[in-house]
Ligand binder design. Sequence first.
Ligand code: ARG
Length: 572
Amino acid sequence: MDLEKLLSDRLAPAFAAVAGVPVDPAVRRSQHADFQSDAALGLARRLGRPPREIAAEVRERAALADLCAAVEVSGPGFLNLTVAGHALGGLVSAMAADPRLGVPLAAEPETVVVDYSGPNVAKEMHVGHLRSTVIGDAAARTLEWLGHRVLRANHLGDWGTPFGMLIEHLLDLGEAGAAQELSMGDLDGFYKAARAKFDDDEAFRERSRQRVVALQGGDPATLRLWRLLVTQSESYFLTVYDLLDVTLTGDDFRGESSYHDQLAPTVGELDRLGLLRRSDGADCVFPPGSVGRDGEPLPLIVRKSDGGYGYPATDLAALRHRTGALGATRLLYVVGLPQRRHFEMVFAVAAQAGWLAPPVRAEHVGFGSILGPDGRMLRSRAGGSVKLVELLTEAVGRATALARERNPELGEAEATEVGRAVGVGAIKYADLSGDRHKDYVLDWERMLSLDGNTAPYLQYAYSRVRSIFRRAGAAARPDAEISLAEPAERALAMELVGFAAVVDEVAGGLEFHRLTAYLHRLAVAFSAFYERCPVLRAQGPIRESRLVLCELTGRVLRQGLDLLGIRTPERL
Ligand code: ARG
């Protein structure tokens, strides 16, 4: 179904025959023809023949007559391939007839754990958690659509020494008052007040310490208070997920505390395997290849000198559980790049311990920071870190105003609905459309703009398609013969049939900016087509063919945006 692959499959036997060994034809899109293969260049030295001669022989041998209108040797030895109109039309028809738009289900479905969002109890969810939540959700949606079994793991920070002071603060406020404050989402206020007392008040500090001991010892009264903090925070996080339209639910919370029972066995196994070393009173593993700037080996601390287990031990226990009990073969950790070293070391230790062995693989899906317009870390007006809800509320407010202004006919309910889809979509898209390894600047004007590589532009293109069908009063006939005589029709068809290849690529590297770039190219091609090729005013078979192109464009935009977690309102 995917053109690059089709052409590649036809060229491969011809190259193999000429070279005597298997050769990757390296087919790519080209500016000079539709596609180009430059594999002949790489063979020249090996075969001791001029590359143009190799390309010419491959051209003779390759069975391309039904697919290509022209195959030419060009330049130093490229093969330029021009796809035949009827072949392209046939692919478009096949795609239109397929509910999955030509994207096959995974041949070997896997169990994939996607570890994402991971906010901390009684601490505000800030914009750093936004990226994890948005990218992780796109990964979960995409892999699920491809037929994988996706397990969402929200690795909530719900355990550790801060809970001593948080519980004591809760007692000071009284349970009802604390619950009220937390459910309002004033997590930062709660945390900071506790912290301030901890820093200034020796008696509070002492109570907090004893409380940690009681918590770790499983004291029932303490556990009940701790659970109160956790459930209040969880319900607040769920309201944010709902606002943000992400697929995480209450069943996906896999807090650090849930690995509690597995910490001792996990570290015990490392001990039995002879991997533990004592260093400054702590139990450590020194994975091969982990060295600091000074060239000294770096330890992963799995049990602190006070006997407690921390973040690294918890991640090791979680990993062991995921590959062991859950049987996952792919583990994704959607966490900011500052934690890169942590994950490298966790993966290395897990490999040493045999919990992570091929074909099972773990990937740190890292990302950069969100910056303010001044190019520095995003800060609120008051100077603190920006609350995620504030950001979302602002986006939705701006988008609703935009929707009302553009389309005064929208009723109040629809304007709110559209504003939410556009505002949330704009934030998600801004996050997903840049190379995730880089920082990005939050720029309201740009992300809400109806031109350019933005969610509103794509949503607008989708709504235009829908409006054509509202006016046509009928759906496209998928069996209509596709005619691609106009260059703009041909260009649109070429983009449409590229969908499967992009989805496949994104499922591997989880670089969603490749999907956004594709959808943007598609919308641009559609817009050019729509300007030059009348649809409803065309007659007979041309009209039928154009309706299929429109409908397919709408479906691809909708499906592509859905993989990113972005809604497509019918009217904008
Ligand atoms: N709670 C952590 C933080 O806020 C993120 C958790 C990431 N996931 C993990 N398995 N370590 O930094």
